[in-house]
Design a protein. Structure first.
Length: 315
C-alpha cells in the first residue's frame, strides 16, 4: 500500500486504542478506560494491524503485550496524539476558551511535597483547565510519558537507556532519611546503629524501584544485608501511617518527610546519608514542545522546588 494512502486511513481512534492497550496491558481494561466495548477495541486493533501489515500485540492469559514492531510505532503514535492535544490547547487559548485537560505523572514521594503549591499557581493562570495527576513508580511514569498518555512527568533521573527520547530538567537532589515517631525507643538511645534498626519492622520502597536500589546500597554500606522483618510500600500515606502508629522504622526520601520532620511529627535517626542523593526533575518527550498551559505548569513546579530547596543546580 502506498505510504500516503496508509497515512490517510489511520484514524485517531486507531492510535487511541493502541495507546490504551499498551498502557493497560489488556483489551478489557483498555475498553473500560475508553468507555467502549472490548469487541470494539479488538476490532480497532485488528484494523490497525491490517493497515500496518504487522502484529501489534501478543495476547495471552496475562493480557496483551506489545510486539517489537508495536514498540517502534508506539512512540510516534503517542507523539501524534500529544501533538493534536497541543494544537487544541493552543487554539482554545487563542479564541479565549480555557477548557481542556493536562495529564501528568508524578512520583508518590513528590506528589504531596511539591504539587499542591504548583497546582495552586497553575489554577490562577488557567482556571478552566483540569490537571489529571497520575502516580506510580518511576519506570511506570516514564512508560506513560513515552506512550503519550501523559505530557509531563515529575520524577527521578533514570539510567541512560530509560531516558532515551526524553528531556530531563533537574530541580533538586534529595537524600534518604531514616525516620521514626518521636516516642520510638531508638530516639532515646544514645548511639544507634543499623543493626539496632534491623531489630524493628522496616518500611522500604518497593523492590525494583530506583529508591529501593539506593536504600539497599545504604543498608549494605552500614553492614546490613537482607532484613528479616520489613514491608515494601509504594503508598507514602500508608508508610507514614505505619511510622506514626507503631515502632517501625521508615527509610524514605527526605523530600517525603520534610514537613513532618520540621513539625516534629517524625524524627530522623542520626545516620549520615551523604551519597544517597538522587536527582529530581521534570521530564517531557524530545519530540514535543510544551503548550502554553504546560509551560505554566513547568514554571510552577520549578517555583515549588525553588521555595523548598533553593536554586536548582548540579546534584
Amino acid at each position: 500500500m502506498e505510504k500516503h494512502r496508509l497515512d490517510g486511513r489511520i484514524k485517531l481512534r486507531h492510535l487511541q486504542c493502541l495507546l490504551a492497550v499498551a498502557q493497560h496491558g489488556s483489551l478489557q481494561r483498555a475498553a473500560e478506560a475508553l468507555s467502549i466495548t472490548q469487541p470494539a477495541v479488538s476490532k480497532t486493533i485488528a484494523e490497525l494491524e491490517g493497515l500496518l501489515g504487522v502484529r501489534l500485540f501478543e495476547r495471552g492469559r496475562n493480557g496483551a503485550r506489545p510486539t517489537a514492531q508495536a514498540e517502534l510505532f508506539l512512540r510516534h503514535a503517542g507523539a501524534s496524539v500529544s501533538a493534536l492535544r497541543q494544537g487544541i490547547d493552543v487554539l482554545s487559548r487563542a479564541v479565549g476558551q480555557t477548557g481542556g485537560v493536562i495529564e501528568i505523572a508524578v512520583l508518590p514521594t513528590l506528589a504531596a511535597a511539591m504539587m499542591p503549591s504548583a497546582l495552586e499557581a497553575f489554577r490562577r493562570e488557567w482556571p478552566g483547565i483540569v490537571v489529571q495527576v497520575h502516580t506510580g513508580a518511576n519506570q511506570q511514569l516514564l512508560t506513560q510519558l513515552k506512550s503519550g498518555q501523559v505530557s509531563l512527568a515529575l520524577g527521578r533521573m533514570s539510567d541512560p537507556e530509560g531516558m532515551v527520547g526524553l528531556t530531563f530538567e533537574h530541580l533538586c537532589a534529595t537524600p534518604l532519611c531514616v525516620v521514626v515517631r518521636p516516642s520510638h525507643p531508638l530516639v532515646e538511645q544514645r548511639s544507634v546503629s543499623m543493626a539496632d534498626v534491623a531489630n524493628y519492622h522496616v518500611v522500604l520502597p518497593p523492590h525494583g524501584t530506583i529508591l529501593r536500589h539506593t536504600a539497599d546500597s545504604f543498608l549494605r554500606a552500614h553492614g546490613v544485608g537482607m532484613l528479616d522483618d520489613y514491608s515494601e510500600l509504594l503508598s507514602m500515606s500508608l508508610a507514614r501511617a505505619m511510622a506514626l502508629r507503631d515502632n517501625v522504622v521508615w527509610i524514605a526520601s527526605e523530600i517525603t518527610v520534610q514537613d513532618d520532620l520540621a513539625d516534629g511529627v517524625l524524627c530522623a535517626l542520626p545516620f549520615a546519608t551523604k551519597g544517597t542523593e538522587e536527582s529530581i526533575g521534570i521530564l517531557w518527550r524530545n519530540d514535543t514542545v510544551p503548550t502554553p498551559p504546560e509551560q505554566t505548569l513547568i514554571s510552577a513546579m520549578r517555583d515549588a522546588a525553588r521555595v523548598r530547596y533553593g536554586t536548582p543546580g548540579v546534584p
